[in-house]
Design a protein around this ligand. Structure first.
Ligand SMILES: C[S@@+](CC[C@H](N)C(=O)[O-])C[C@H]1O[C@@H](n2cnc3c(N)ncnc32)[C@H](O)[C@@H]1O
Length: 444
């Protein structure tokens, strides 16, 4: 029996694994990733499919396949897919061997560091073998130097060596950590600081995260350079990070890029490795592609068909009038977006100008207009997944594939929004749900 049967992982949607996002990120670095509407997606280690089912309800013409060795997780995933009527999701108990490719997008989130090194290699190799020619492989993993600090706590919890079933070990580990935290002196210097940070992180984390990060037999962080070399040996090259802010880009942040290049040299892997030193990074979500692609940063001209979305510039002062106007138009369309080509008479220049704002998180780039309603809804429609999740206490997946906390009042309204008319009394809540990207106008 897998430890995931005993301590199931909370299965959430991860927006950065969504093909909409992966497509846009790959395009920035010169890979013509598959169009999203009818793409094929494989998730390795899909758990109970909270990520896959969220994407499947959003992209009914696409195909989603998940594999996981935990029978319990797959059973829960199948029940979820059935409950929301997703017929485009297939889930298998076991390894990737059970599945034939090719897939346009392969996802392994929270898996590679939490298996033995030889299994990590097998997953990368099996994923590569099923990746289409322009396919994008999302792989997340723990990294040094950040994990050197966190390993101090994991090591102590392992040495403390509690016994019993996973639930008892978890309880004992939490008690031990509290005991330790209360006794290590305030003048404990760097050790105290490391302990405080980990205690704070774990206080906000659920039991499943605590268990699988610190009590699992396997948690093998890597240096980024070693990960990239292993991937290359297996026929995959690093393209960029899934988080737009996590890759230092010449086009988006030329001064930061030059500063890193001065110490790291020209090799992009070395530049990224040095970026990890600078940030003390402990986690990466990398995008990998086949070796034959030439990694390059494309110019705005090649990106004008992408869709931009933004809440607006916030406190940023935008000097360029065209850019300011484009942002104003985008914020009026939030939570939906608009194709860059429709935002300016010179869309290529606008796409170039958006690069630093994209890297700063002010602008999102995606493959599609989502068709989200902002205001003035006549027949508000929420996805069957959101309506189902809103019946319970857990976070609810919106149409931007984010997990959102909702109040009891918001949940009570959301469960009823199936494109039939809404009582006027609920209008304010409906507007708020629309702003939170839960609604389309009219049935799907
Ligand atoms: C930390 S959980 C992450 C689950 C999910 N990806 C998420 O992020 O919510 C790791 C998952 O990897 C699965 N796993 C373990 N070994 C695996 C293997 N060899 N192939 C595929 N999945 C595996 C586990 O059963 C578990 O569901």
């Amino acid at each position: 029996m897998s430890t995931y049967d005993a301590v199931p992982y909370t299965s959430l949607p991860y927006p950065r694994t969504h093909p909409d996002h992966l497509h846009a990120m790959a395009r920035l670095f010169g890979v013509r990733a598959a169009s999203v509407t009818a793409c094929r997606v494989l998730e390795i280690g899909c758990g109970s499919a909270g990520n896959l089912v969220g994407m499947a309800v959003d992209l009914p013409e696409a195909t989603f396949v998940g594999v996981d060795p935990s029978e319990g997780e797959i059973a829960r995933g199948r029940a979820l897919a059935e409950a929301v009527g997703s017929t485009n999701v297939t889930l298998h108990v076991g390894s990737v061997d059970a599945v034939d490719g090719p897939f346009d997008y392969v996802i392994a989130h929270g898996v590679l560091s939490w298996v033995a090194p030889e299994v990590r290699r097998a997953i990368l190799e099996q994923g590569r073998a099923r990746l289409s020619q322009n396919g994008v492989f999302y792989a997340s993993y723990n990294v040094f130097p950040g994990w050197h600090l966190r390993c101090a706590v994991r090591g102590m919890l392992q040495q403390h060596g509690s016994e019993g079933d996973p639930t008892a070990r978890l309880r004992d580990a939490r008690t031990f950590l509290d005991w330790l935290s209360a006794r290590v002196g305030r003048d404990g210097g760097a050790f105290r600081a490391v302990l405080d940070e980990e205690v704070e992180r774990l206080a906000g984390a659920d039991d499943a995260y605590f268990f699988h990060e610190h009590l699992e037999e396997h948690n093998h962080p890597l240096w980024f350079r070693d990960f990239a070399a292993e991937a290359r040996e297996l026929g995959l090259q690093w393209l960029c990070e899934a988080d737009p802010a996590a890759t230092v880009r010449a086009r988006a942040a030329p001064r930061a890029f030059e500063a890193l290049r001065a110490v790291a040299g020209d090799d992009p892997i070395s530049i990224e490795q040095h970026f990890d030193f600078l940030r003390g990074r402990s986690f990466r979500a990398s995008l990998l592609v086949h070796l034959e692609h030439v990694r390059r940063e494309v110019s705005g001209e090649e990106l004008v068909d992408l869709v931009a979305a933004s809440r607006g510039p916030g406190d940023l002062w935008i000097e360029d009038a065209t850019l300011a106007e484009a942002l104003a138009r985008l914020s009026s369309r939030w939570p939906d977006g608009a194709p860059i080509a429709e935002l300016s008479d010179d869309p290529a220049a606008l796409a170039d100008a958006l690069a630093p704002l994209h890297a700063a998180g002010v602008v999102e780039l995606r493959a599609r207009v989502l068709g989200l309603a902002g205001e003035g809804l006549e027949r508000p429609w929420a996805s069957p997944l959101a309506r189902l999740q809103a019946r319970g206490p857990a976070r609810v997946t919106n149409l931007r594939h984010e997990p959102i906390d909702l109040s009891a009042d918001e949940r009570a309204v959301l469960v009823r929004l199936d494109a039939t008319a809404v009582p006027a009394a609920d209008e304010a809540i409906v507007r708020r749900l629309a702003q939170l990207a839960f609604l389309r106008d009219g049935p799907r």
